[in-house]
Design a protein around this ligand. Structure first.
Ligand code: GDL
Length: 379
C-alpha cells in the first residue's frame, strides 16, 4: 500500500515532538511508511491556518521533518483551511502557508475538509483548490479528506451522493481521497463498501482509521488490536493510516498490530494482542505489574463496542476482579516511565472506582450509576 502509518489527527493536546520522533522509529522498525501531521487543535493547522509559522515553530517543524526522513518515514504536512476559507480569493494565501513548509524540505502534503460546519460542501471549489495545491507541491501526489468522509455522512447512499460524484470527476487522478469507512468510527470496514465507493470517487481511497481514536470519549482508551478489516481490504485501498488514542503511550498495540496486519496475508488480532502485551510492558521501565494484570486492564479498554475476554471476570466474578484491580493500584503508580503512567492513570482510575463500588465503598454516591454503565459496556 502506498500509505501505511499514523495520522495525528485527533482533537485535544497534540503529541510532543519526542513522542512523534519515537513513533517514526517504531514505524521504521515495523515497516510502516507515513506520518500525517494533522493535530486538530494545533491552531496553525486549522483554526488559524492563514497565520504563518514563527522562526521557532519553523525550526521545530524542520527538525521533526528531518527526524522522519532519517527514519525513512514520509512526513505529510496537512492543512485544514475549511472552517472559513474563501475559495475564490484565498488560494494564494494557502499556497503561501504551504511554501513555508516546502522550504523546510517537506515534500508531501494533505488538504483536509473534514469537520467543517458546511451542510452543502462545494465539491467544485474544493477540487479546484486541491488540484492547484497538487500542482504546486514537490510531490506528484496529494492527500485530500472530503467533507463527506464515511457512508453514514452520505446517508448510506454513496452511489447517489452528488458531492462525492463530483469530486470523483473533478479531482486530479493523483489526489488520494481519505475515507473512514461506514461510520466515523467504523467497527468493521467491509470490502464491498469500499468497492462501491471506488466507483463513485474513481480511485481507491486511503482509509483514515478511527477505530482506536478516543478523543470523543474522555473516559475511554482503546488498546486492543487492529481489527474488523479483512485482509482483502488491502487490495482495494491506497493505504490505511490510524488516527489513534490521544495519549501517545497507550498506542503501542494499536499501531504495531496495524503494522502486522499490513504485512501479513493472514492475521489473528487476539493472538497479536496477547503477544504484544509484554512488548508494550517493556516500555514501562521499572515496574511490578504482571502480564495478566495488564491484559485485564487492556481487555476492559479494548475496542469501541468490544471488550477482551478477561473483562468478563468483571461481570462473572466481581470480587475477584476488584481484588486484582486493588493489587494493581500501587504497581501502576510506580511505573518508572512516568509518561506511560500519566497516560494510563485516568483509565486505571476508572477501574479502581468500579472496584471500590463493588466492595461497597463507593467514593461518591454517583458511583453506582458509573459502575452500572461501565459493566454494561463490557458485556
Ligand atoms: C472525526 C475527525 C477526527 C477525529 C475523529 C474521532 C476524521 C476525518 N475527522 O470525525 O479528527 O479524531 O473523528 O473523533 O475522522
Amino acid at each position: 500500500m502506498r500509505y501505511t502509518g499514523i495520522i495525528e489527527g485527533f482533537y485535544g493536546k497534540p503529541w510532543s515532538d519526542s513522542q512523534r520522533t519515537l513513533s517514526f522509529t517504531w514505524m521504521k522498525q515495523w515497516g510502516m511508511n507515513s506520518y500525517l501531521y494533522a493535530p486538530k487543535d494545533d491552531l496553525k493547522h486549522r483554526k488559524l491556518w492563514r497565520e504563518l509559522y514563527s522562526e521557532q515553530e519553523l525550526a521545530d517543524l524542520k527538525k521533526l521533518i528531518h527526524e522522519a526522513s532519517l527514519a525513512g518515514v514520509d512526513f505529510i504536512y496537512a492543512i485544514s483551511p475549511g472552517l472559513d476559507i474563501d475559495y475564490n480569493t484565498e488560494a494564494e494565501l494557502l499556497l503561501k502557508k504551504i511554501d513555508q513548509v516546502i522550504a523546510l524540505d517537506c515534500k508531501k502534503f494533505a488538504i483536509l475538509f473534514d469537520d467543517i460546519p458546511d451542510n452543502n460542501p462545494d465539491a467544485n471549489a474544493q477540487a479546484k483548490i486541491t488540484n492547484q495545491v497538487l500542482h504546486h507541491i514537490p510531490d506528484d501526489r496529494l492527500l485530500f479528506c472530503p467533507t463527506v468522509y464515511c457512508d453514514m455522512m452520505a446517508q448510506h447512499k454513496v452511489a447517489e451522493n452528488e458531492y462525492l460524484l463530483e469530486l470523483g470527476q473533478l479531482l486530479d487522478s493523483n489526489v488520494d481521497l481519505m475515507w473512514t469507512g461506514p461510520e466515523v468510527v467504523s467497527l468493521e470496514i467491509p470490502v464491498n463498501s469500499i468497492i462501491n465507493l471506488q466507483k463513485v470517487i474513481k480511485r481507491k481511497p486511503v482509509i483514515w482509521d478511527n477505530i482506536h481514536a478516543n478523543d470523543y470519549d474522555l473516559h475511554r482508551m482503546f488498546v486492543g488490536p487492529f481489527s474488523g478489516r479483512p485482509v482483502e481490504l488491502k487490495n482495494e485501498v491506497e493505504g490505511i493510516m490510524s488516527n489513534p488514542n490521544c495519549q501517545f503511550w497507550v498506542n503501542y498495540i494499536p499501531l504495531k498490530s496495524l503494522a502486522v496486519y499490513c504485512e501479513s496475508d493472514s492475521y489473528n488480532p487476539r493472538a497479536e494482542y496477547l503477544k504484544m502485551i509484554p512488548e508494550w510492558m517493556a516500555h514501562f521501565g521499572e515496574h511490578d505489574l504482571t502480564v495478566e494484570e495488564m491484559t485485564l486492564l487492556g481487555d476492559c479498554f479494548y475496542l469501541p463496542g468490544k471488550s477482551g475476554e478477561l473483562a468478563k471476570t468483571a461481570l462473572d466474578n466481581k470480587l475477584e476482579f476488584s481484588k486484582t484491580v486493588h493489587s494493581m493500584y500501587e504497581k501502576i503508580a510506580n511505573i518508572s516511565n512516568r509518561e506511560m503512567f500519566y497516560a494510563l492513570h485516568k483509565y486505571f482510575w476508572e477501574l479502581r472506582r468500579v472496584a471500590c463500588a463493588i466492595d461497597g465503598n463507593p467514593v461518591t454516591h454517583k458511583q453506582s450509576d458509573m459502575v452500572i454503565s461501565f459493566l454494561e459496556r463490557l458485556k
